[in-house]
Design a protein around this ligand. Structure first.
Ligand code: GAR
Length: 187
């Protein structure tokens, strides 16, 4: 059985979709969930699902290799960033080459980088008058949102769209594609 580690900072709707996708799988399971926010919704999901949850200590994450060791000792095959808002330190990237992926709620390389998350992304896309947006699933390297692209899917933007309605369109794409891509990479 392949083991997935999910890193998330927020609500965890993508984490939930991945958990659901692999619930009865013989290929893989969500083994551990790590969050930098002690009150993140994703930790409630972990508790309800009976999945081990870890609250990340900032100092240790950015200075030591304790989390690299933890993931290695747990035998993690794929690290999935599902709304994780910290940069992944170089030692973690190096320990899991092409084994860390991220989802971004826009069509990179546009609208990426530090501070570009959640509604900030959708506001920027609409302010620029874009006619489409979408999702990018990519490998993680040491620079925000710059690793090799695995998949992009787009959605149309209409004149009536607001950051909220665009967020819903993008989230629908995320929920549809992210679990499938995780599975494809594990196969
Ligand atoms: C997702 O929309 C994801 O693309 C975004 O955070 C959201 C998490 O939602 N990630 C980024 O913006 C990364 N820069 P969720 O907690 O409901 O899965």
């Amino acid at each position: 059985m392949k083991k997935i580690a999910i890193f998330a900072s927020g609500t965890g709707s993508n984490a939930q979709k991945i958990i659901d996708h692999f619930r009865d799988s013989s290929l893989a399971t969500v083994h551990i969930i790590l969050s930098n926010k002690p009150d993140a919704g994703v930790l409630g999901i972990a508790a309800r699902e009976g999945i081990r949850a870890v609250v990340i200590d900032k100092e240790t994450f950015f200075r030591g290799d304790a989390y690299v060791k933890l993931l290695q000792e747990e035998g993690i095959d794929l690290v999935v960033l599902a709304g994780f808002l910290w940069k992944v330190p170089a030692n973690l990237v190096a320990a899991f080459p092409d084994r860390i992926i991220n989802i971004h709620p826009a069509l990179l390389p546009k609208y990426g980088g530090k501070g570009m998350y959640g509604h900030f992304v959708h506001e920027a896309v609409l302010a620029a008058g874009e006619k489409e947006s979408g999702i990018t699933i990519h490998f993680v390297n040491e620079r925000y949102d710059e690793g090799g692209i695995i998949l992009q899917e787009s959605c149309a933007i209409s004149a009536e769209d607001t950051p909220d309605t665009l967020a819903r369109k993008v989230q629908a794409l995320e929920h549809r594609w992210f679990p499938a891509i995780v599975e494809r990479l594990l196969k």
